[in-house]
Ligand binder design. Structure first.
Ligand SMILES: NC(=O)c1ccc[n+]([C@@H]2O[C@H](COP(=O)([O-])OP(=O)(O)OC[C@H]3O[C@@H](n4cnc5c(N)ncnc54)[C@H](O)[C@@H]3O)[C@@H](O)[C@H]2O)c1
Ligand SMILES: [Zn+2]
Length: 347
């Protein structure tokens, strides 16, 4: 039950599917939030009467220590035992907190994800990282534990806003950039990412890239660090905006982070300056309309210093040396981060 292998099942998710998959479970709970309850539950059709709903706060509001505690209490009040199953119907935030609750409650109960955003489908549902934030610090508390299955159904994506599709697209671009130049080329050839982000073939090949990486390094000792590209500066930005009461969604933060980390890739990992300029132009053209004014570089330093990837106070970044070829654990000075950030946002 605690392995890092999940079965990925593509197809229409219905009440019957949920019932079949739960087979021997003593109780079945379905975690959702106000949006997935309204927009995604109706797509499941008639649900078996054994399923009990648990409503959780949406987005990062649900990824707090307090919200996790409340969820665990609800599981106990509902009388869930070790043979119970928790379905999680939601985006990355709900998968993160639901997966964490399922891994902690009674030291682990069965859990199945039904991702409903592109970020969740291509990224968060795979690889077993569960988490809540600690204050404004992203994902500081969590476990490694994969759900036993992931139900992949693109019908849920139909109600996402264009910017939510672009957020998932950022993670797909990241997968291509760090590990698969062919996937990246396929993505860059798509005329309209809003449509591309709905295509099961592209989603599935993006999932496969992450899947291959985490299978080789489930606990992020080395190769899995590739997936952190864009996330050092990205998480710092996400934390800074959250601490200023103006949350910047994860995918938009990561896209902004990639812009800076591409710059650092040319400075410290040998990425050809023309490649950097081309990718930066592509990212700007897609994401600039949705970005707020970025904070000054020094404001990010306290958040960068708390990054889980740091080692003995040194900043360690994942950078690109070529398209589809990432390198990890590159030591970067604060001065270099400030220089790259300044160049990207303020020159
Ligand atoms: N564990 C991992 O490996 C991993 C990877 C990537 C991201 N994450 C985490 O995932 C989170 C971001 O996930 P996200 O981008 O899915 O955002 P989210 O989970 O915060 O969801 C954003 C909003 O979309 C709503 N929503 C969900 N499904 C919907 C649908 N089908 N239609 C309309 N609205 C819908 C949600 O209710 C919420 O209000 C972050 O907390 C990030 O840290 C985790
Ligand atoms: Zn991410």
């Amino acid at each position: 039950m605690c392995s890092n292998i999940s079965q990925r099942i593509w197809g229409t998710v219905t009440g019957d599917v949920l019932k079949q998959l739960a087979h021997s479970a003593s109780r079945i709970a379905l975690l959702n939030d106000e949006n997935t309850h309204r927009l995604c539950v109706p797509l499941l059709g008639k649900l078996p009467k054994e399923i009990t709903f648990i409503k959780h706060p949406a987005g990062e509001r649900g990824k707090t220590w307090m919200a996790l505690g409340k969820l665990l209490e609800e599981l106990a009040q509902m009388g869930l035992d070790r043979q119970s199953l928790l379905y999680v119907l939601g985006g990355g935030a709900l998968c993160d907190v639901g997966g964490l609750a399922a891994s902690l409650y009674m030291r682990g109960i069965r859990c199945v994800y039904i991702p409903t955003t592109l970020v969740a489908l291509v990224d968060a549902c795979i690889g077993g990282k569960t988490a809540v934030n600690l204050g404004d610090l992203k994902n500081l508390v969590g476990t490694f534990r994969s759900p036993e299955a992931i139900l992949c159904d693109t019908r849920f994506l139909a109600t996402l806003t264009p910017v939510q599709i672009l957020e998932g697209w950022a993670e797909m671009l990241k997968h291509g950039m760090v590990a698969d130049a062919r996937h990246l080329e396929q993505l860059l050839a798509v005329p309209d990412p809003f449509e591309g982000g709905m295509q099961p073939e592209l989603i599935s090949s993006s999932q496969e890239i992450k899947w291959q990486i985490v299978q080789q390094d489930p606990y992020e000792k080395d190769k899995r660090k590739l997936l952190n590209f864009g996330h050092s500066v990205g998480h710092a930005l996400e934390s800074w905006f959250a601490s200023h009461g103006r949350p910047l969604p994860h995918g938009l933060s990561v896209a902004a982070g990639m812009l800076v980390e591409l710059e650092l890739s040319t400075m410290y990992a040998g990425l050809h300056p023309e490649t950097t300029a081309m990718y930066q132009a592509m990212i700007r053209s897609l994401y600039a309309p949705y970005w707020p004014t970025m904070p000054p570089a020094v404001a990010l330093l306290p958040f960068l210093r708390m990054d889980k990837k740091n080692y003995r106070h040194a900043h360690r970044f994942t950078l690109l040396k070529a398209p589809g070829k990432g390198v990890w654990d590159v030591e970067i000075t604060e001065e270099a981060i400030l220089t790259a950030y300044q160049k990207v946002w303020y020159s």
